[in-house]
Design a protein around this ligand. Structure first.
Ligand code: FNR
Length: 386
């Protein structure tokens, strides 16, 4: 179907489910244990109603948003997502290019399959997300690598001290690295388009992809017989390591995965310039509170830090609710990966444009002309459980 028939972000998921092998779609779409936090993220947006103002002359409205001194097309960016390189050929490059062309930020994941140095050449504002072990020497080496590549914003993801329990991956036979099996082969063969255009195209251009950005050196291949766990020592990571990164890193420093006001204060005290309020899209601690519900009390104690949020944003109205509740900016994950799987870079560009159009239209309906004017008066807690 042509791109113009994708009318909302949700439409891409349907197409991605068809396009991708079951194991990969399951990894992208899935969440931890009962999916309670994943579903809670959407339910949280339904707990708030917007309060529109009328007759405010919205003829010169603009979705433009400022973050860390940069001007973006809209107040959202693309969240970091591991294995994006399996959504489409050179998936990480597709996401970075589409974001860059639209003038929105995108965050390169530590578990991406393309070297961060190569992706750095695509983006305008360069954000890198790291998973770090609690070992000073490895942290120093990683920070030096990211700096040498020219990134300006370092995002430390803090909510992955251990791998989460994602039973859906075990059920479909998905593992990291992928283990060769009849099931995997059959899954690939039953998606011939993906097999040729993504998997074989990748093999031909650069061989079996590796985790390129887990450490200062190249990580393990994504297809291997023995499951290698590269997470080691992440459970030793502590606030003092954030202070260490702060001493080493001259650019913007962001902590991702904050859900408690006390942790927002610690992030600030240890030198963070911003935080991403997030439960990792429901993929880590199942039962963790929805970021939207944590947002108001966190925004209150964040001082001069930028407060960002991700998880469950699928509509322009969701973006406006997050802004009204105290976010300066938001990030969106799965929909952009599904857009890449469905239509590559053009799909991601289209998805970005759809979300911007929704924000712009809903700003008019809400009665605001500028993103900075969206405030607490535009939202109230809904009296109806939905
Ligand atoms: C993620 N997320 C993630 N976060 C991170 O800090 N590093 C990572 O490598 C990944 N990898 C990853 C892979 C996939 C397939 C998904 C779906 C998510 C979490 C991501 O950055 C973000 O927090 C959530 O995806 C936001 O929720 P929504 O927008 O997907 O609902």
């Amino acid at each position: 179907r042509s791109l113009s028939r994708f009318l909302s972000l949700a439409d891409f998921e349907t197409a991605a489910r068809r396009a991708l092998p079951r194991q990969i779609y399951g990894y992208y779409a899935g969440a931890a244990e009962t999916s309670q936090s994943f579903q809670g993220n959407f339910a949280a947006f339904r707990q708030y109603d917007l309060v529109p103002r009328v007759l405010t002359d919205v003829s010169s409205r603009s979705t433009r948003a400022k973050l860390f001194g940069m001007d973006y097309w809209a107040p959202f960016g693309i969240a970091p997502m591991g294995l994006s390189g399996l959504a489409t050929f050179d998936g990480e490059i597709a996401l970075a290019r589409a974001a860059s062309a639209a003038n929105i930020p995108s965050i390169v994941s530590a578990t991406s399959l393309t070297p961060l140095e190569r992706i750095a050449q695509e983006g305008r504002a360069r954000w890198f997300q790291a998973y770090l072990p609690g070992e000073d020497a490895r942290i120093e080496a990683m920070v030096a690598r990211v700096q040498a590549a020219g990134y300006d914003t370092f995002v430390l993801t803090a909510d992955v001290p251990v791998a989460a329990n994602r039973e859906n991956n075990v059920r479909t036979g998905f593992s990291i690295p992928l283990q060769p099996s009849l099931r995997l082969a059959w899954d690939g063969l039953s998606h011939p388009r993906w097999l040729c255009r993504t998997w074989f195209a990748t093999l031909l251009s650069r061989g079996v992809p590796h985790f390129e950005n887990m450490d200062a050196f190249r990580g393990p291949p994504i297809l291997a017989r023995n499951v290698v766990r590269a997470i080691g020592a992440r459970d030793q990571l502590a606030w003092r390591h954030l202070a260490l990164i702060r001493r080493l890193w001259p650019g913007r420093l962001v902590v991702k995965g904050i859900l408690s006001p006390a942790d927002a204060v610690l992030a600030r005290e240890n030198g963070a310039d911003g935080i991403i309020v997030s439960n990792h899209g429901g993929r880590q601690l199942d039962g963790a509170r929805p970021p939207l519900l944590a947002l108001p009390e966190i925004a209150e104690v964040s001082g001069s830090m930028a407060v960002m949020l991700d998880g469950g944003i699928r509509r322009g109205s969701d973006v406006l609710k997050a802004l009204a509740l105290g976010a300066d900016f938001v990030f969106v994950g799965r929909p952009f990966l599904f857009a890449a799987a469905a239509r590559g870079e053009a799909g991601v560009s289209h998805a970005i444009a759809l979300l911007v159009a929704e924000i712009e239209r809903n700003m008019a309906l809400l009665g605001v002309s500028r993103i900075e004017d969206v405030g607490a008066a535009h939202v109230e807690r809904s009296p109806f459980p939905r």
